[in-house]
Write a protein of this length. Sequence first.
Length: 576
Amino acid sequence: MINRQLQNGYNELREARRTNRALYWAVGLFSVFANLLMLTGPIYMLQIYDRVLGSRSIETLIGLSVIGTFLFVVMGVLDVTRNRVMTRAAARFQARLDRRVFDAVIRRSAIKHDEVAQTGMRDLESVQKLMSSPVLMAGFDIPWTPILLAGIALFHPWLGMLAIGGGVMLVIITVINQMMSKAPQNSAMYAMLQSEKLSEHIRNESEMVTAMGMRQAAFYRWSKLRGRALSTQIASTDMVGGFSSVTKTFRLFLQSAMLGLGALLALRGEITPGAMIAGSILMGRALAPIELAIGQWPVVQRAVRGWHSLAILLGETPPEAERTALPKPRAKLDVIQLTVVPPGEAVASLRMLSFTVEPGQAVGVIGPSGAGKSTLARALTGVWRPAGGKVRLDGAALDNYDPTVLGRYIGYLPQRVQLFEGTIAENIARLEEKPDADAIVEAAKKADAHDMILKMPDGYDTRIDATGGRLSGGQIQRIGLARALYGDPVILVLDEPNSNLDNEGSAALNKAIRNMKAEGKSALIMAHRPAAIQECDTILMLDGGGRVAFGPRDEVLAQVVQNHEQIRAGGSGGLR
C-alpha cells in the first residue's frame, strides 16, 4: 500500500513535469547547436596557428575573425534562450503544483505535524530551483563531453587517451562526491529544520517566554540546535567545497598536461601547434559541465530530497474527488457509531458514539479532560476522518460535501483561536479575496463584537498580526466567534468558547446561541464552565471516549454533576 502511494506521488510529479515536454525538446535542440558552436574557439585557434601565422595573411585573419565573432554571438543567443526557456519551464512546473501541494500540506498538517508537511512548499521550491539552475543546463551539455573528448583523439591518439582518462577520473570524483556528501547534507538539513522549528515556536510564544523568565533557557536550548546545525552545515560545505576544489585543480592540470603533451608531439612533428592549442581548449569545454555539476551538487541533493518528499506528500494525500453540489442542509446532525483514532495514535479517543441534534437545538458536551470533547469537535467539522461510523448533516455524510462548502455550513471556534496577519475584516471573512462587507458586519453583530471593533483605531480595517497584537484573549475569541458565524452557518461547533471571555463576552456568546436556536439552527458547545451551557437544552456527557448520558439538560446534570442545582441557578464554578 505504501509503495503504491509513493508510486502515485511520483507519477503525479512526472505528469506535472511532462507538461513541459515541448520546452525540454526545444532546450535539447538549442543545446545541440550550442555545443556544436563550442567548437568555434578550438577551430578558430587551429586556423590562426596553422594558416594565418603560416601565410601571414591579414585578410584571412579578418575573415576568420568575422566568422568567429558571428558564431560566438549565435552561441551566446542560444545559451541565453535555453536558459530563459528552462526558467519558464521551472516556473510552469511550480505554478502547476502550487495549489496541489498547498492543499496537501494543509490537509496533512491538520492530522500529522511531520517533516513532510512542514517542508512541502520548500521542497517544491528546491525542485523548481534545480530546474532553472545552471547545473540542470549542464545535464544537457554532459552528453557532449564524450564526443568532445573523442574529438581530441582526431588530433592524435595520445591526446585522446589523456582526455578520456581525465574525463573518467572526473566522473569517478563525481560519484564519490555523491556517495560521501549525501549523509552530511541530510544531517545538515535535518539540524537546520529542528533549529528553525524551535525558533519559530519561541517567537510565537515570546510573551510567555518573557513573562516566565525563560529567555536564557530558551536561548540555551535553541543555541544547542543552532550550533549543531552550523557544525553539520560546515562539515557538509567543507566536503562539497573540497570535491569542487579537487575537480577545478584537476581540470586545470589536465589542460596544462594537454598543452605539455601537445608540445611534445608538435616538437616531434606529429601534430601542428594549432592542434596543441585547440586540444587544450576542447579539454576545458568538455570537462566544464562536470566541474559545474560537482560545484552545484548541494542544489541537486536538495532537489532530490525534495522530489522524494513531495512524492510522499502527494501520494499519501491524494487529490480530493469532485463532489456533486448539494442544497443548503437543514441543521440536523446525526452521529452514528462514531469511532475516531487521533492521527499517529493507536487508541481511539471516541468509541461507538451515537446521538442526534435536531434543528433549533443547542447541545452541551461535557466531561473530564481527555474525555474526547475536542476530538468530537474535530470530527464534526471534518478535520479528522472517522475510523468507523458516520457523521451525517441533513442525511448526507460529511464526505459528500466539498471541504470549502462544508466550512460555510458548519462554523467552528477552536479551543485556541489563531488569527492571521491582515485586517479584522479579513480575519472575520476567512481571508476571502472578495468578501461581503455586509456579511462581515452581520457576523460581528451576531457575535456582539461590532461595537468592540468600531472602537479599534481603524475599526474593521485595523491591521493585526498572527498573535493578535494589541488584542486581549477575550477580544481574539470574540473575533473568532464572528469568523465562525460568517457566511450564515447552519451548525455552530464551539470548543471551550468562553475560556477567555469576561461576563460581557459570555453574555454575547449566549445571545449568539439563542439567535441560532431561534433561526432553526443548531449549536454544539464543548464546555468545562457552566456559563457556556446555560443556553443548552440538551447535554451529552462523555467519559473515556464513550457516551455516559444524553438527554434534557436538567435531567443529565442531575444524574452526572454534583453541583447541578448551582448550575441550574446560573451560578459560577466548574462542572464536577
